[in-house]
Ligand binder design. Structure first.
Ligand code: M6R
Length: 368
């Protein structure tokens, strides 16, 4: 049932192009506009939404962090992201014009469930992004976008994450359409790019030998860091979480711009530092990340750089380059996370751990 793979996790990593394609399937009406049929909130009501609060835990929380960038950029609606376990203990400001988006692969996470119950008591509209039909969180929500990842068995979430990203992008574009914050042809062109991403994810999988070799070289490392900016920041956090969960390694993700505010002090000779480099665009994002790479390199770290295909400029600063296909910045997490998932899976395998059933962890956390 593992389809020839050694672990469910590895199988699920390789299923991602299909899972993301299925999640994006059938979202157009005949006139080309976007439709999300599980949204049982009338459009007129959606137009009254003044604030979005995304709540989730673990990997789903990192998908929520990416969603914030997309939703604010496309829909111009203020959007917060909060850990489900923190949300209801701080007396959050929530009301009828707030939309709470709960992201949960299992649909059974107690922290997230309690948070949406609290939100509903405050009369917020609740939308769930979920992978499990008929589970508790979607049942208790006003609307649902189902991800079509298929069952995720590995405790470490992989296709759960990328399909959540796809669903979040769909939600952002749909709200932009409803709120008229983007032109129809702009939405269509982002949608077209999104629908073209699964083959690019496949390309990253096909080119992953460099990551496998890297894991063999880094097997004795006590600690690994991950840096990113903008949507690369949640990718860095997710890359670190994967390593902690299955390789039991000390791993931390940082916002690259925060380095000089403290974390740079822990850099040591030879320390592996993964850096997610944004595509070269018109803004300064790319340039900024390059200088972050130089900063860690100057202190003896080994930068392992994830950069787009024809970004030859990064080579001079990197000890290893992992190539990513060319996509727009906001969509980059869909391809950038894959090498980090493979790295964690490979390292954990080489360390002899049970990748699918890591110690101390359960697939769904049904207690608070
Ligand atoms: O089922 P959920 O998406 O609500 O689960 C949330 C977290 O427990 C989950 O993402 C956890 O962090 C995973 N083990 C990550 O790989």
């Amino acid at each position: 049932e593992k389809g020839g793979f050694d672990w469910f996790m590895r199988k699920e990593i390789y299923e991602q192009p299909r899972a993301v394609a299925d999640t994006l399937l059938g979202r157009h009406t005949e006139d080309g506009s976007l439709t999300l049929d599980e949204i049982r909130i009338p459009e007129a009501e959606l137009r009254t939404i003044q604030k979005i609060i995304i709540i989730a835990a673990g990997t789903s929380f990192y998908a929520g962090m990416v969603a914030k960038y997309a939703i604010e950029h496309w829909c111009r609606i203020p959007c917060e992201v909060e850990l489900a376990s923190e949300f209801r203990y701080r007396d959050p400001i929530v009301g009828p014009t707030t939309m709470v988006v709960a992201i949960s692969q299992s649909g059974e996470t107690a922290d997230t469930l309690m948070a949406i119950r609290h939100a509903r008591e405050q009369h917020a509209r609740v939308l769930a992004i979920c992978n499990t039909n008929g589970s508790t969180i979607p049942r208790e929500s006003d609307a649902v976008i189902y991800t079509h990842a298929g069952p995720e068995i590995g405790v470490a979430s992989t296709k759960g994450f990328t399909t959540q990203l796809a669903a979040c992008y769909l939600l952002g574009l749909y709200l932009a359409q409803v709120k008229n914050t983007m032109f129809g042809d702009e939405i269509a062109s982002v949608m077209k790019e999104l629908e073209g991403i699964p083959p690019l994810m496949q390309q990253v999988l096909d080119d992953s030998q460099v990551v496998v070799d890297l894991a063999a070289r880094l097997i004795d490392q006590p600690s690994v860091l991950f840096l990113g900016r903008h949507v690369g920041y949640p990718v860095a956090l997710e890359g670190a979480l994967k390593l902690k969960e299955i390789a039991y390694l000390h791993a931390e993700g940082f916002a690259a711009g925060e380095l000089k505010h403290g974390p740079i002090a822990i850099i040591e000779e030879g320390m592996p530092v993964f850096v997610v480099v944004p595509p070269r665009g018109r803004d300064q994002l790319h340039e900024k990340v390059i200088s972050n790479i130089q900063e860690v390199r100057a202190r003896g770290a080994r930068p392992i750089v994830l950069a787009e295909q024809d970004d030859t400029f990064v080579e001079q600063f990197a000890s290893t380059v992992i190539r990513l296909p060319k996509v727009s910045t906001i969509l980059q997490p869909l391809v950038a996370i894959i090498p980090l998932q493979i790295f964690a899976c490979e390292l954990a395998t080489q360390l002899g751990h049970d990748v699918d059933q890591p110690r101390n962890l359960a697939k769904s956390v049904t207690v608070e």
